[in-house]
Structures are given as C-alpha cells and as structure tokens.
Design a protein around this ligand. Structure first.
Ligand SMILES: Cc1cc2nc3c(=O)[nH]c(=O)nc-3n(C[C@H](O)[C@H](O)[C@H](O)COP(=O)(O)OP(=O)(O)OC[C@H]3O[C@@H](n4cnc5c(N)ncnc54)[C@H](O)[C@@H]3O)c2cc1C
Ligand code: SF4
Length: 508
C-alpha cells in the first residue's frame, strides 16, 4: 500500500519517525505552505519567513535523498484542505505523520482520515527524550505535578550529570544560587554575539514574498539571520557552547537595555523546527563540562531548561489539552492593549522587551515571564488574547510550548496545575534584575500617584484582591505578610490608582 508522509513546517528532521517505515521506491512525501497558517494568528513576519525558508531548505534535503516530494507553495487553503485534494486526486489510502505540535491539527487530521476513510498513522515524535505515554505514566495520580521531580527522573533515567553512585553530579540537583544573578552595576560588559547567518537566495526569495504578502503583519525582517538548515543550527550550537554557555547560568535572568540576547543560547528556533535534537544539545553541553570548559552550575542551569522544562511543558500540553486553551482561573477579561503590538508604552521595561520582539521575534525567558507576562497577569488581560499574542509574535512559538508557558506559567490561567504560585512581581524585581527603571518615566518604588510604576501599583492591587488565596499558600504567604506593612489608607489609594490604570490601559 502506497503511503503519503506529511511533513509539517516544524518537523524538519531527516531521520524523523515519520520515515520509520518509508519505502522510497513507492511512498511519497508532501510539504505544504499554507497562508491560512500564517493568518490564523497575526504572525510576526520573521516567524513566517523562518518557517518557509527552513521548509524550503529541508525540501532540498529530501530531494537529495530522491524522495518523491510534492511541495505546495503559497497555498491560500489550510493544510488539511490541500491534503484532502491531494489524497483524493492521487488515491492515497494511508497517511503518515509525526505527532503535530498543535492539538487542533491532530484533530483535523483525524477528522480528515475518517471522512476519507483512509488509514492514519500518527507516529510518536523521536525528537524528544520523553514521549507522551511515559509522561502520563510519570504523572500517574500525583497530587502535585512539578518540574523538579520530572527533571530528576529524566536525569536519572538518561544518566545526565549523574555520578556513579546514582547521586547528582556535584551532590546537588540545583545550582540556582550561583545562577540567576543580575549583571554587574556597570552593565553586562562585552558579550560574544550569537551566531547569525546571512540570508541566502532561498531566504531572500521567501523574505520578498513575506514583505509583499504579509506587509501589514507585525515585526520586521531587516535583522533576519536565523539558522534555517541543520548545518547552520549545528554551527550555532557549537558557537554557543564555546563562547556563551560559560556565562549562561550566572546571568540567565538578567536584563539590560540594548542587550536582547544576553548569554542565552538562541537555539529554541532550531530545536522547535527539529533542525537539531535536544539530546545533541545536552550532550554537547556535557562534553564541554567534562573537558572543564564550563562550570557545573552553568551546565546544570542549561540542561535543566532543555531536559527539564522543554520536555515537561510538552507533556503538560498533551495532558491538559484542549482544556488548557480555555482555562481562565481568575476570569480576567480585559482586552490586550494595542501597545503589545507597537511597543508604544511609557513603561521602559515593556517598551524594551516589545521593541526587541518586533525587531527579532525574540525576547528571553525572563522578559517573557516577568515583563510582558507579569504585566498581562497584573493587568487582568484575557488569557486567550495574551496567548494569541505570544503565539504570533515569537519566532520559536509553537502551541505545544507557547501555551503551557503563557497560560500555565505566566498567567496562572489553569490555577496552578503545574506551578506552585502565580509569577507576579512588582517594579522592585525589575529594578533588581535590570537597568530599565533608570530610564523610565515611572518610579519603581512608588505604589500610587501619577508617576507610580504601573507594575508596582498593579502588583499590590493584585495581592490585595487575592489576599485570602495567597495567605493559604506557604509559597506566597510572605508576599501578603509584606502587605500587612501597608496601612488601610494607603491600600485604598493603591486600589483606586490601580482602577484608574486598569480603565486606561492603552495609555500607560
Ligand atoms: C510566557 C512565555 C512564553 C514562551 N513561549 C515559548 C515559545 O513559544 N517557544 C519556545 O520555544 N519557548 C517559549 N518559552 C520558553 C523560553 O522563554 C524560550 O524557550 C527561550 O526564551 C528561547 O530562547 P533561547 O533559545 O535563547 O533559550 P535559553 O534560555 O538559552 O534556553 C535553552 C533552551 O531551553 C528551552 N527552554 C527554556 N525554557 C523553556 C521553557 N520554559 N519551556 C520550554 N522550553 C524551554 C528552549 O528550547 C531553549 O532554547 C516561553 C516562556 C514564557 C515565560
Ligand atoms: S519603573 Fe516600572 S514600568 Fe518603569 S521600567 Fe521599572 S518596572 Fe518597568
């Protein structure tokens, strides 16, 4: 029976499990560029260009392997509509695909298969350390689902930074105390640039197409220099390991103006498109540690992100969908302010994070969590609109990784299903971790009044509103203890000022 293998735009892996039983003599492959996919959220131009360029480069890889490939360019239809026409026209009876990174697409493929009465094989994704069944088994009937224990489980299972006696390397699982420092007072100093790639002919053609077809979409392409092939992704990886990993951990949470990338790896796009595998990334980092090129704290901090967070987040996505997309624990309903799309806000921290996002399609984890995410939660924004923004605006955004991070981590929209507390902070945190407040027209320490920092006012307002809930939780009790130091009169002024801000979000 002749099979049709569907390769989606984020499945650019030549040894993907979609090809497990592929017979190049009779089976065929299809790849589809769909304008519908770029439009169902208002996607950043760089994200569209990255996906299309990487797909076209991957098509060349498949052609070199002499696979029978149908590559559909620039279709106005959805992926599933194109697929339906193709299957009917060529009388395929068996469709094969790797687990899609979007629940919606999995469902649409299943519906298509039953409508056309064809076999559908959805292969588990061999890119990841942990498949969904294993994750589900690990979750079992646990009352609390926490990253830390899952991370330890995977480290033990895959013998990553584990001593011969079974204990963690260096005797501890976590080096957060050495990691997560702000930059020195004078600033980050000289940071070695990430590895960038000048767009080749394929990328340039794609960029011209994106500029004309998606001219009204957010973001810009002037700085487009992402890895679009496996070879480039491997170069970016070795560059990171050699020059940037040594200081990754220490300044993982630090922020500074005109420092969009810090010491971060900038590997999420290559990982998410499957140009490189998490195992090769983790192995390279471990090798650098074994050769004494990086410290244990730096390597552990990095491995935790890939082997820990990335796998954990993916497990949670499949475990909790479709409910995860609908959750709204706090019943927040406010509209996303326009400045999330334009950076036209007076808050220096938000302006910086959004401006760099429009320029590159990138902001690092703490900017996403503690700046744009924190403000979204404190400003009581509708989680579904916030999640759409994150999905649209980041070059590495795929629903399986974006949604749990945004709805689950940043917005607490699932009521803390896998986090122990809402990630809320006042301007004091931003002041400690960055230099943003120095150039801001607001004052981070002021809780109310015209020049009070909106993050600070909204933070205290949030604590006042959720005091009872915060007091019940040992992880947040300390925050409300600080609230007791603010007298009733000042609390009233805070809530009144917060209300003014909330009614006037477009202008803060
Ligand atoms: C609100 C919010 C939304 C996010 N949306 C996305 C998204 O759409 N796509 C995405 O890939 N990441 C997302 N993240 C996670 C993280 O911010 C990015 O993976 C990271 O900033 C990418 O930059 P980097 O490659 O330089 O990462 P580094 O800081 O160098 O980390 C190394 C790698 O670890 C992985 N990683 C780190 N943290 C996480 C995490 N929390 N979840 C999953 N993987 C992680 C990534 O693959 C990353 O490349 C989001 C985080 C938050 C708080
Ligand atoms: S003062 Fe407030 S709004 Fe301004 S940069 Fe600092 S935290 Fe952000």
């Amino acid at each position: 029976m002749k099979k049709l293998v569907l390769v989606l735009g984020d499945q650019l892996k030549a040894d993907s499990s979609a090809f497990n039983h592929f017979d190049a003599a009779k089976d065929e492959v299809i790849m589809i560029e769909s304008e519908f996919e770029a439009n169902y959220v208002w996607t950043h131009k760089a994200k569209i260009a990255l996906f299309l360029s990487a797909m076209r480069h991957f098509a060349e890889v498949l052609k070199k392997k002499k696979y029978a490939l149908t590559y559909v360019k620039q279709s106005k239809l959805s992926i599933v509509s194109v697929l339906k026409e193709h299957i009917q026209k060529h009388h395929f009876t068996h469709l094969v695909c790797v687990e899609p990174g979007e629940w919606r697409l999995r469902k649409e493929l299943q519906d298509l298969a039953s409508e056309l009465q064809i076999y559908l094989t959805i292969e588990p994704d061999n890119h990841f350390y942990c498949d969904f069944d294993e994750f589900k088994e690990w979750v079992g009937d646990k009352k609390e689902i926490r990253l830390e224990y899952f991370y330890r489980y995977l480290r033990k299972k895959h013998k990553v930074l584990i001593q011969e006696d079974g204990e963690p390397e260096g005797g501890q699982w976590n080096f957060d105390e050495q990691n997560r420092k702000p930059y020195p007072k004078k600033g980050p100093g000289q940071i070695t640039e990430p590895k960038w790639f000048t767009p080749d002919a394929i990328s340039k053609e794609v960029m011209t197409y994106v500029e004309s077809t998606y001219s009204k979409h957010p973001g810009e392409l002037e700085s487009f220099a992402w890895a679009v092939t496996r070879e480039q992704a491997l170069l970016a990886l070795s560059h990171f390991i050699e020059y940037r990993l040594p200081l990754f951990g220490a300044h993982q949470d630090a922020m500074w103006t005109n420092t969009p990338f810090g010491w971060h790896s900038i590997l999420s796009t290559s990982l998410n498109l499957k140009l490189i595998d998490p195992k090769e990334v983790v192995d390279s980092a471990i090798q650098a540690y074994e050769k004494k090129q990086v410290s244990l704290s730096a390597v552990e901090g990095f491995v935790r992100q890939i082997l820990g967070w990335r796998e954990f987040i993916r497990g949670m996505y499949y475990l909790d969908m479709p409910k995860m997309a609908e959750d709204n624990f706090y019943q927040h309903q406010r509209k996303l302010p326009d400045w999330y799309w334009t950076a036209n806000t007076k808050m220096a921290c938000m302006k910086d994070a959004i401006q760099q996002t429009l320029k590159y399609g990138y902001a690092h984890h703490i900017q996403r969590l503690m700046v744009t995410g924190n403000v979204a939660l404190l400003a009581e924004l509708l989680p579904q609109q916030v999640c759409e923004w994150y999905l649209a605006i980041y070059v590495d955004a795929l629903e399986w990784v974006e949604l749990p991070n945004t709805a689950g981590m940043a917005l607490f929209a699932n009521g803390g299903r896998f986090t122990s507390k809402p990630y809320v902070a006042s301007g004091a945190y931003i002041k400690r971790m960055s230099n943003y407040c120095e150039s801001c027209s607001y004052q981070s320490s002021k809780r109310y009044g015209p020049d009070a920092c909106p993050m600070t006012t909204l933070y205290w307002n949030f604590l006042i509103n959720h005091r009872a809930e915060f007091e019940k939780n040992p992880r947040t009790r300390l925050m409300t203890a600080n609230l007791q130091k603010i007298d009733a009169e000042e609390q009233l002024l805070i809530t009144q000022h917060a209300q003014t801000l909330l009614n006037n979000l477009e202008n803060i």
